[in-house]
Design a protein around this ligand. Sequence first.
Ligand code: K7E
Ligand code: CUA
Length: 633
Amino acid sequence: MKTQGIPRLVVLGFICVLVWTLSGCAPDPPGRSGRGARGAGSGSDVTDAALATYVPPGDLDEYYLFYSGGHSGQIFVSGIPSMRHIATIPVFTPYPGTGYGFDDETREMLGGYTWGDSHHPGFSETNGEYDGRWLFINDNANGRMARIDLRDFKTKQILKIPHISANHGSSFVTPNSEYVTMSTRMSVPFPEGTYADVTEYGTKYKGIVAGIAIDPDDGNMTLAWEILAPPFNYDLGDAGKGPSDGFMFWTCYNSEREFIEGGKLEVTASQKDKDYILAIDWRAAEKAVADGKAKMIGGAPVLDPLDAPGIAYFMPLAKSPHGVDVSSDGQWIIGSGKLSPTTTVYNIDKIKKAIADEDFEETIDGIPVLTYTSVREAEVPVGLGPLHTQFDGRGYAYTSLFVESAVAKWKLPPYDDPSNMEQYVVDKIPVAYNIGHLVSAEGDSMSPDGNYLVALNKLSKGRHISVGPSIPESAQLIDISGDKMKLLYDAFTEPEPHYSVTIKADKINAIEVYPKEESDNPNAIWTAEEARVERRGNTVEVWMLAVRSFFAPDVLRVNKGDTVIVHVTNIEQTRDELHGFAINDYNINVVIDPGETKTVTFKADKSGVFAFYCTNFCSALHQEMQGYFLVKD
Ligand code: K7E
Ligand code: CUA
């Protein structure tokens, strides 16, 4: 394997010479700036790509890339264009690296679950632009929504919503962060907890779509409305904007509304030629709730379209669709049916007109179906297995093609010559391999940057050194600044990103310490003199201080069976000076950031002497940062 090192050295040396000779005279790749920006144009694809993605030591990336972590339950953070992994944000899964899920607050937030399935991160928005305040992410497994504060990159709230089984079509945020939305992927009997056999699927089972209101000051999420929908599988969604602001769109499959035991859903759900996009008029839903049309069921205000006409519509779409994406200007709604080689473009003006004219094909469970030919603008022959679409802000859309393992670039309407739609598919690039989602720079905002695209591929076979059978997921960085798409870089993550979102780095203002003067934790202590142990009956409460390189107190004496509450404050005000508090054999590892106070409550159920120590390397005398937990029988 030694030979591999030589060409790499040669290439690197070549790059160094190129960088040195070209810097200052060649044009910057789109969007790059600062010391890391190096011109392209050497004539070789490999060196161009290397120059475009190379972020020299000490230089910073231009974008954040937040990958959903799939069934890892986490979010992975990388930089663009380097694609280097920078951080992992634990969301639905405990993570000892940051002590997440070990202290009382985060353990309670996890609600007894030790995993989730995070699929679609969504930024908070102001006027359709990312405002860098919060990131939302859904749990496809347990009907939950989480909010991450981008001030400290930490999960602050996890909301469990009743009646939603498998929250996949989520977390899509409306243009002024009025709502983040959820939907049912796998319908179950309604209300939640009801027993009904699968033979009663068509009548007793229900889908739900929901709007979670976001408090504009602190981001706090509360359930605002749920809407009953037929027992289809609601898959992907997107929020309207500009002319389509006020609408939420979700694709759905299995409009056959049946689950036949042993019948293979892949077969039974692909019988009909068309499935649907569900369009919700969320302002009408808001009004219906205000008018008292919702019933409180299991703690949720539930609207039935039979009682509240005008809140929901279906639009027919090629069968078994997956993605629906609203163009940056809000004019076009793009639905992709994975079993069809075309993607369908709807025009919001035509949708509004069909609603006004009551131009309906039929009505399903109180939801009118808009006449397909009245709302459709075009069908674009993008290729095989279209899933998801992103935008560049210059009139082009980029659709992932799962079956073809490619990204298709195509022109958005208007079309001069609709009789020949092939001509509007202007470029294709193969990806390795089998792409799911894709994301362009600020691609869900109203002004995408049009320079980078990341293909999130399902298979990475053979494009990295082997790590055994559980192989990483692959992501490829693609330059979309020119007419032709260009592959720049292969990156890998742990399983399993579905979607990801990107944001300009300068839109995020993250803190690096919690300022002492902002601490409002009543259990914070700031001097060793305040450190103390108090006993009340069988409860022992400890106010502990952590600072380089000791704990105060450093000996804790309790009796077996006592309830122990430890509040640890890290009084450091220096960046990167974290401390950990781990008790051996007690499965406790709390990590406390500078200026932070965390509480852990547990039962002293094992007698003996247990060392506790700092788990996060903090100084030359980190090893000495330890103490003893003595449990008397
Ligand atoms: Cu296409 Cu969950 Cu959005 Cu996977 S989903 S790819
Ligand atoms: Cu404190 Cu290591």
